[in-house]
Design a protein around this ligand. Structure first.
Ligand code: IMP
Ligand code: MG
Length: 404
């Protein structure tokens, strides 16, 4: 029995939160390693819907909760999230001292950078995550441990002021944040090692998706951190063999929030139908998500990048309500067809999708297990992506999950 990571193979919102919650029972700890409160992970139990931005999705299974060094921590969001959870959750939480902090100024900074981009705006979540990592790279911002040790904010404040950002609240914010983080901070890398060496298991939970990776995604329309399995050991500060194997999560169609190329995107009434059936509205920003067909070209790229051999397929119930479902099998670019995502990378905005209809789930019911249309979908995905489908999710509720 080993550690496992759950990574997104598309543009985020694949259903990682639900899959992490489902699998967490077999693990001792759930660890976040990337991103920040730009993430929105939704877990549904019965009629109750829970959305987490920073706290790992293992919280509802009562697991140990780890926030690793690669995460950008916004103490105000963390405090808000903890205030809605039972005291037990706080006792189970450990935040790594090396985490970058998101200041309230970074949120305003995020908005200002977007304004500067004008018509090329990325459509960020405006949570200040990009500026927080940028301030880290400039070595101006405090890490959690620096804040606790007593940090000289003068250089950072001077730099913010140069940009005409309002720093008035920074002192009070630092005091509040110190109070919150004092009892929560420790060495997550060491904890992961301890749990694993004593025979326990850790589940690593990625935020965002592979195609939003800062290095390997659809730059510049990406997030400001890394989202792939290979980042896990670097981000947590653990040896690579402790990161375990990756389980990829993919939705049976595609969505994207914010701007940027989206080869298999659809619009008009078909898109509206899919969006409302799939409840595709951002968990963090409430924005309607852009929707499109399953894109095998980008998925093959994501599978290769992550070294994924097993996947969880989510939202198959949604396709039961859709007529004439399509799949993008190749890209048409400047008169020729390609199945190589990287070859199309610089011109992703220009590609036309080559579409096929290899299966239909119309009218399918999951009451008696996997219906024939879904079986066909599973076989298709396994064949085309060279992976094994391990889990099928057919509804947001925890129980609507089939292990194959
Ligand atoms: P940022 O991460 O807030 O800087 O936003 C950069 C891009 O990543 C924007 O297109 C966002 O919509 C997208 N993004 C960030 N976090 C998520 C997420 O959790 N799900 C889906 N898209 C995300
Ligand atoms: Mg989300």
């Amino acid at each position: 029995m080993a550690n496992l990571s759950v990574v997104g193979l598309q543009w985020g919102d694949e259903g990682k939160g639900k899959i992490v919650d489902y699998l967490a029972g077999a693990y001792d700890a759930v660890a976040r390693f990337n991103g920040g409160s730009n993430a929105g992970h939704t877990v549904v139990i019965g009629n109750e819907k829970h959305t987490f931005h920073l706290v790992p999705s293992g919280v509802l299974k009562g697991k140990e909760l780890l926030i690793g060094a690669g995460v950008a921590v916004d103490p105000q969001v963390l405090a808000e999230e903890l205030s809605l959870l039972p005291d037990e959750a706080r006792k189970k939480l450990l935040v790594d001292g090396r985490c970058s902090l998101v200041t309230p100024v970074d949120r305003e900074f995020d908005v200002r950078v977007e304004e500067a981009r004008g018509s090329s705006a990325i459509g960020t979540t405006r949570r200040g995550i990009g500026p927080a990592y940028a301030m880290r790279a400039l070595r101006l911002s405090p890490r959690v441990s620096d804040l606790l040790a007593g940090f000289d904010f003068d250089p950072l404040a001077r730099f913010y002021r140069e940009l005409s950002l309002d720093v008035a609240g920074l002192g009070a914010w630092a005091d509040e944040s110190r109070k919150l983080l004092e009892g929560l901070t420790g060495d997550v890398a060491q904890r992961v090692t301890e749990v694993t060496e004593s025979g326990g298991r850790v589940l690593f939970e990625a935020s965002q998706g592979t195609l939003l990776d800062l290095l390997h995604g659809s730059y510049p329309f990406v997030t400001s951190t890394h989202t792939t399995s290979s980042y896990i050991p670097a981000a947590l500060g653990i040896p690579p063999d402790l990161a375990g194997s990756p389980l990829g999560v993919m939705k049976c169609y595609s969505t994207r929030v914010g701007a940027g190329p989206f080869p298999s995107e659809i619009d008009g009434p078909r898109a509206e139908g899919l969006r409302s059936l799939g409840k595709e509205y951002g968990a963090t920003t409430g924005r309607p998500r852009r929707v499109g067909w399953l894109d095998l070209v980008s998925l093959r790229y994501a599978v290769a990048l992550n070294g994924v051999k097993e996947v969880a397929v989510t939202k198959l119930d949604v396709l039961a309500g859709v007529k004439d479902v399509k799949v993008c099998t190749a890209y048409r670019l400047q008169g020729s067809e390609t199945t190589d995502f990287q070859r199309a990378a610089g011109r992703l905005g220009e590609v036309e999708p080559v579409l096929d209809s290899p299966f239909s789930l119309e009218g399918s019911s999951f009451e008696g297990g996997l219906p024939p249309g879904a079986k066909k979908f599973v076989e298709f995905v396994e064949e085309r992506l060279g992976v094994r489908v391990r889990i099928v999710s057919h509804g947001e509720e925890r129980s609507k999950t089939i292990e194959l």
